[in-house]
Design a protein around this ligand. Structure first.
Ligand code: PLP
Length: 391
């Protein structure tokens, strides 16, 4: 039988990091030594107290269905954390807990967009934004993030992309894949545009705890924004919990029930034992989070200084997250050619900038969530390849 797919499936994209991981593992199976700088996840173990809380939850009977919008105690802990850390005033009924932060973008985009709508999203940016906007039949409108702006966002340019059909703007600060951080002034101007043109903003703040210079500001803090901002956050990056699958969104009051309905129709609820571990993460000691941040800070210097020491490569210092986004245009190779050759011939798995949008041409994303020894090995290999290419 030849299976007929719904037309919408042809519009759904994917996340290249997982594909590169599969290719890299296949090369390893052939005996090749690979340094993995492709997947965006902390290499640290989840803090002990969080693991203990998860094990204890399983042994204490937290093995049944729970509320679709999340464990009430966890939602209280999330609101206490967000309101404290970001100077906001949310209530627990505005929180929806999901298996990872990713379903928040999936649910929100499904809930808001349809054919005829437009949504603006960062390019280069997390590939699921454009994929999901396309999936709904709405028009994806990329806003280019440029190196000369420190990979921030040109608010004047953003203004030219807004139409009466704009329903949603996605921002991501600190950003994947560039490490860029939106300044307070940029956020304030973006907020004024959102209020003036009456659209929703999804603020993907999953890397909020990983800022190396300055402080994180949430766009939800600006006048008129709490009622039109969705904050996406989660435990994956902050607490090294990628495999546990625990994230959440904080919504305007009228949106939270719609998102809960999508949760009921798909996942029912997030693993209740995992949510108990989440409570321990948020309410327990935060010293491991600070340790992770300081380790990333040291690795950031190592990789960025190392890349800038290579003739033919330049790299701006990322302000947050754990990605370096070097400019490889001087090598004369496209991003894809560079990434493929680096993996196949030199044993370093990175991701072509174009996997994050057309404006990523000329760049490579290297995750520095890896040991300093591995980063040093990767740098030697990038230098060797660049030397070979430039002779
Ligand atoms: N948002 C951004 C920008 C990300 O980079 C990621 C993960 O890579 C996510 C959201 C989703 O993370 P998770 O679903 O593990 O919470």
């Amino acid at each position: 039988m030849s299976i007929r797919f719904a037309e919408r499936m042809s519009r759904l994209g994917t996340e290249t990091a997982f594909e590169v991981l599969v290719r890299a593992r296949a090369l390893e199976a052939q005996g090749k030594d690979i340094v993995h700088l492709e997947v965006g996840e902390p290499d640290f173990d989840t803090p002990e107290n969080v693991i203990a809380a998860g094990v204890d939850a399983l042994q204490s009977g937290w093995t049944h269905y729970g509320p679709a919008n999340g464990d009430a105690q966890l939602r209280d802990a999330i609101v206490a954390y967000i309101n404290g850390a970001r100077n906001l005033d949310y209530t627990a009924d505005q929180v929806v807990v999901t298996p990872g932060g990713k379903p928040i973008m999936f649910f929100l985009i499904l809930a808001l967009l349809q054919a005829g709508d437009e949504a603006i999203y960062p390019d280069p940016g997390f590939p699921i934004y454009g994929s999901m906007i396309n999936f709904t039949g709405a028009k994806p409108v990329p806003i280019p993030l440029r190196e000369e702006n420190g990979f921030g966002l040109d608010v004047d340019e953003l203004e030219t992309l807004i139409t009466e059909r704009t329903r949603l703007l996605i921002i991501n600060s600190p950003a994947n894949p560039t490490g860029g951080v939106l300044s307070r002034n940029q956020l304030e101007r973006i907020a004024a545009l959102a209020v003036e043109h009456d659209f929703v903003v999804m603020a993907d703040e999953i890397y909020a705890e990983l800022i190396y210079d300055g402080e994180h500001t949430s766009i939800a803090t600006f006048p008129g924004m709490a009622e039109r901002t969705v904050i996406l956050d989660g435990f994956s990056k902050t607490y090294a919990m990628t495999g546990w699958r625990l994230g959440y969104g904080i919504f305007p009051k009228e949106l939270a029930p719609a998102i809960t309905k999508l949760a009921v129709n798909s996942v029912s609820c997030t693993s209740v034992a995992v949510q108990r571990a989440g409570i321990a993460a948020l309410t327990g000691p935060q010293d491991r989070v600070a340790d992770f941040r300081e380790a990333f800070r040291a690795r950031r210097s190592l990789i960025v200084d190392g890349l800038n020491a290579i003739d033919g490569i330049s790299c701006v210092m990322p302000k947050g997250a754990f990605y370096a986004f070097p400019n490889i245009t001087q090598t004369g190779l496209t991003s894809k050619e560079f990434a493929d050759r680096l993996l196949d011939d030199y044993g370093v798995a990175g991701i072509a900038g174009t996997s994050f949008g057309e404006a990523g041409e000329g760049y490579l994303r290297l995750s520095y969530a890896n040991s300093e020894a591995n980063l040093a090995r990767a740098l030697d290999r990038v230098a060797a390849m660049t030397r070979d290419v430039l002779v």
